[in-house]
Design a protein around this ligand. Structure first.
Ligand code: NI
Length: 190
């Protein structure tokens, strides 16, 4: 497995549409592994291919795991899985290829962040419940009904595949502020 580079807003790759995957093969199983490792390491609850610079319709999601930072110098429990200076437990990784929402129900506000928009969160409107049809890593067609965090997360990641970042739901003024802040962070880290 390898950790991938996460592209940040407003990189061009985040505003482009991803293409459907024609055949799920070993290359995508490797990509999914790498995307999951990158997501857990961040840590985040979802990652879309656009965010690692690839324009293909694949997302990874896990809204179930716990992440606990380790105190400096502390000894982790035996057998603990370490990632990015913390312990990960209760993983439930999902790999979702060529997703299509076939049912939406209700509307609620969701507070969201994004690994491509570091240190920022905002409330936006999402469907409360969704049903998604997709391909799994064996290339089989599956459906998934989701609500709450999992539902918001899948909608957020599917937006990425459409070339849309969640801050683009906000007012122009707020978007300008986010862009200015990210440009400043980028200059600092350069
Ligand atoms: Ni995101």
């Amino acid at each position: 497995m390898a950790k991938l580079k996460i592209y940040t807003f407003p990189d061009l790759v985040l505003s482009q549409k991803a293409s459907p995957i024609a055949k799920v093969d070993a290359a995508y199983r490797k990509l999914a592994d790498d995307m999951l490792e990158t997501m857990y390491d961040a840590p985040g609850v979802g990652l879309a291919a656009n965010q690692v610079g690839l324009l293909e319709r694949i997302i990874v999601v896990d809204t179930d795991y716990d992440y606990e930072e380790l105190e400096e110098g502390a000894t982790p429990p035996e057998g603990a899985e370490l990632l990015g200076g913390g312990i990960v437990t209760g993983k439930n990784p999902r790999v979702i290829i060529n997703p299509e929402i076939i049912l939406r129900e209700g509307k609620v506000m969701s507070r969201e962040g994004c690994l491509s928009v570091p240190e920022y969160s905002a409330e936006i409107e999402r469907a409360e419940k969704i049903k998604v049809q997709y391909l799994d890593l064996d290339g089989l067609t599956r459906t998934l009904s989701a609500e709450g965090l999992l539902s918001f997360c899948i909608q957020h990641e599917m937006d990425h595949l459409q070339g849309k970042v969640f801050v683009e739901y906000l007012s122009q003024l707020k978007q300008t502020r986010v862009r200015a802040r990210l440009a400043k962070q980028l200059r600092k880290s350069a």
